[in-house]
Design a protein around this ligand. Structure first.
Ligand code: ADP
Ligand code: MG
Length: 365
């Protein structure tokens, strides 16, 4: 790797609380970001993502709590002394300046010599693939190019922490998909600790080392994309990331009963009262006959079958009235044999794919 890799500062957030009147924008948030990690704050609008990022940046002073960059307490440190790179959704570029002047700005206010500024600006522009664009006016750039300028300005002074708040949400989907990969590569190359905010679950899954799922100012789950997707800790996370139906389950001694039968599980269930089983469309399968002993099965009646070319969606109702969906690929040999509305079918869910969560909204996990 480069000589600058692995230079990101770890971040430790402890008990950070911020209220606006009756609104708990942040509710005793504890969160650690490792050195050089790409961590995403993912949550719906109003969940507290921007408030947390602004607390890191120093523009919002929390009511309580501690914030460390490395070993140093930051809570009372003014924003300009925190040495952070920041990128916002709306670019926040200076429209009357050229590309180069925009990117040079953080170095100018740090009073770096002109020679060094020129050199670093050129290098930053090349890093974001805008080499040779220095003399352009901001108004002459496309949305994607403007966002690259904002990024160059954020990294030009080689900060050890980079904060980004929905930086791609103003771009069209194709460009957004490409920029997600580009940003991730840039992060890997520069090695700074990155905290990224989005409400887009796919973006979070694509880019992150770990995701903190936020709701009502609380961390609902912290984990790798795979942990968050495959093992959601509570109903909010299971609902917000991917699609799911939920089926009630009951504890019966050491066993768990669901739809009148014992539920087969590989992971141990949460230590809670009432439980829910998560049924994801892509984890369910159509069974031709009664399941083997590593598979849970559910009798259902088909409500609808939707052919989508490469795959099909089957909507069905279980005996208790729970409705769910199943998605699978269409193969030549199964095409003619797809069930029809009104058919009785048996749906399978492998024990290793069977996830049980508390029926009540969970606390941080
Ligand atoms: P997100 O970025 O996840 O959409 P925010 O952090 O912007 O959420 O907001 C979290 C909550 O705090 C919301 O209910 C929002 O209305 C409230 N809030 C944020 N900033 C202020 C403010 N300056 N004054 C009053 N309420 C605010
Ligand atoms: Mg926001």
């Amino acid at each position: 790797m480069t000589e600058t890799s692995n230079r990101g500062l770890p971040i430790t957030i402890q008990g950070v609380t911020k209220t606006y009147g009756a609104v708990h924008a942040l509710d005793a948030v504890d969160l650690s970001v490792e050195s050089g990690e790409f961590l995403t704050l993912l949550g719906p609008s109003g969940s507290g993502k921007t408030t947390l990022l602004m607390t890191l940046a120093g523009f919002t002073r929390p009511d309580r709590g501690s914030l460390l960059f490395g070993e140093e307490e930051m809570i009372r440190m003014p924003p300009h002394k925190r040495d952070l790179g920041m990128v916002f959704q709306n670019y926040a570029l200076f429209p009357h300046m050229t590309v180069s002047e925009n990117v040079a700005y953080p170095l100018k206010i740090r009073r770096r010599p002109k020679e060094e500024i020129d050199q670093r600006v050129e290098k930053a522009l090349e890093t974001v693939q805008l080499g040779g664009y220095g003399e352009r006016r901001i108004g002459q750039l496309s949305g994607g190019q403007k966002q690259r300028v904002a990024l160059a300005r954020a990294i030009v002074f080689e900060p050890r922490i980079l904060l980004m708040d929905e930086p791609l949400s103003a771009l069209d989907k194709k460009l957004r998909d490409r920029m997600q990969i580009e940003l991730r590569h840039l992060h890997d190359k520069l090695g700074m600790t990155t905290v990224y905010v989005t409400h887009d679950q796919r973006e979070a899954l694509t880019m992150s080392d770990r995701i903190a799922v936020i709701n009502h100012g609380r961390v609902m789950q912290l984990g790798t994309p795979k942990q968050i997707y495959d093992r959601p800790a509570n109903r909010f996370v299971a609902d917000f990331i991917g699609e799911s139906a939920f089926l009630p389950a009951q504890r019966d001694g050491g066993r768990i009963l669901c739809a009148g039968r014992e539920l087969l599980l590989e992971a141990s269930p949460p230590d809670a009262g009432d439980l829910l089983v998560i049924l994801r469309p892509e984890r369910l399968q159509l069974l031709a006959e009664e399941a083997g002993d590593d598979m849970n099965s559910f009798s259902a009646k088909v409500d609808d079958v939707v052919y989508q070319g490469d795959s099909f969606l089957l909507y069905a109702s279980l005996e208790d009235g729970t409705t769910l969906a199943l998605r699978d690929v269409v193969r030549r040999d199964t095409l003619g044999a797809l069930p029809r509305t009104g058919d009785k079918v048996l749906l399978g869910l492998h024990a290793r794919d069977t996830v049980v969560i508390p029926a009540e909204e969970g606390e941080a996990a």
